[in-house]
Design a protein around this ligand. Sequence first.
Ligand code: IMP
Ligand code: MG
Length: 176
Amino acid sequence: MADRIRVMLTEEELDKRIRELGAQISEDYKGESIFLVCILKGAAMFACELAKRITVPVTMDFMATSSYGSGTTSSGEVKIKKDLDLPMEGANVLIVEDIIDSGNTLNFLSQLFKDRNARSVRMCTMLDKPDRREVDVDVDYTGFTIPDEFVVGFGLDYAQKYRNLPYIGVIENPGE
Ligand code: IMP
Ligand code: MG
């Protein structure tokens, strides 16, 4: 049976919030440049849209991690599947994530980038599910705080599907 998807955040709401985040980040980094780290694959769409709204110089790099299998529960352990291409020593790193859930991914990455001698490390997430937090992380920029529901779209997948939806939605009948 085809999945039924209920819209949680529309394309317009996402666009408006991304412009606000871009403006705030541009203000906060005035006179500096940003080393934007996009966490693949989920954050790809958000990171590109956000980068377009930032007015200070931006370098983009991409990294892939995994803490999830093909299902919807976290394994807790974070692995690097693809590392960055560029050195980040002395850079103002802005980690861009799709969603913060247990907090394991962002916790692991912020420590890793500090160890790699970034000048500063900040985090920006499109979505935050605070109910599911296992480790405390200091997120600097949050798009939307959402309830504990499994969401898809705007980069987020369920078993690699639905990343291309232009909105954020909830599958109402998963696995049916
Ligand atoms: P954390 O390490 O538990 O914070 O998990 C973060 C990662 O889990 C995200 O980057 C997503 O890839 C994935 N994830 C967590 N919640 C969802 C969801 O509701 N939909 C799709 N992916 C999710
Ligand atoms: Mg992800």
